[in-house]
Design a protein around this ligand. Structure first.
Ligand SMILES: [Zn+2]
Ligand SMILES: [Zn+2]
Length: 246
């Protein structure tokens, strides 16, 4: 199983592949799953668009001057416990294919790592002192063979030279499988209390950058943030590869 995966990863690195978005050829290996044109057509956030400063939701049509960007709130995220959540861009095109590929293979293209690193280096995420993957349940990790959030955390930690902590936070119950059809409130209830901090002293006073592949309702990262904050963590920031349009 593991050997197959390593072999697949080697093949991907060794041979140019076709773009998973348009089927054209990928000009450079660093682009990963998509060609340059498809990367350019994908909405990547660039630190000037208007977003909710807390949850990162786009506020289309609202223009604000740079000095009040930090004041923008969508208000739908008021109850969430994290300090700020950001994504590289929207769940579409090259980012969507990158997320789907990462569920099968724990490998990030260097272009994707560049984009993640750029997002992590903007305020307020740039005050993080530890990078932490959102844990999968043990059984889920066994089924898949790896946790895609850990792959993101490790790639980012290596690039930013910030330590990764994949051990302190654990998922004590619950699988995401059955949550797909649930409404936001039911999703929140299904993950409340699903995470526990194994080594509170290690996260105490740290600013944590939680990483995951996709931000949808924020219920999962919120449950992680609650467990961390209850253990004395300073701030919890969230970074994902992509987020939904709302
Ligand atoms: Zn393409
Ligand atoms: Zn918000």
């Amino acid at each position: 199983m593991l050997l197959t995966r390593v072999y697949d990863a080697l093949l991907t690195v060794a041979y140019p592949q076709s773009c998973l978005v348009c089927g054209g050829s990928v000009e450079e290996r660093r682009f990963g799953v998509a060609c340059q044109a498809c990367w350019e057509a994908t909405q990547v956030f660039d630190a000037v668009e208007t977003i909710c400063w807390k949850c990162g939701a786009l506020s289309p049509g609202i223009e604000v001057t740079p000095d009040v960007r930090r004041e923008v709130r969508c208000r739908r995220c008021d109850a969430q416990s994290f300090a700020a959540a950001r994504a590289v861009g929207l769940y579409e095109g090259a980012l969507r294919e990158s997320v789907l590929r990462l569920k099968r293979q724990p490998h990030l293209s260097s272009h994707l790592i560049d984009l993640l690193a750029a997002a992590a280096q903007r305020e307020p995420l740039n005050t993080a002192t530890r990078i932490m993957p959102v844990p999968l349940h043990d059984q889920r990790t066994r089924e898949r063979g790896f946790n895609q959030a850990t792959a993101i955390a490790e790639a980012l930690a290596k690039r930013l030279k910030i330590p990764v902590d994949a051990a302190s936070l654990e998922r004590v119950r619950g699988s995401e499988k059955y949550r797909a059809g649930l409404d936001p409130k039911a999703r929140r209830d299904s993950v409340a209390g699903a995470f526990a901090v194994r080594h509170p002293r290690l996260v105490d006073t740290e600013n944590i950058l939680l990483v995951d592949d996709v931000f949808t309702t924020g219920a999962t990262v919120n449950a992680c943030a609650e467990a961390l904050l209850a253990s004395g963590t300073g701030n919890v920031f969230v970074l994902t590869i992509a987020r939904g349009k709302s």
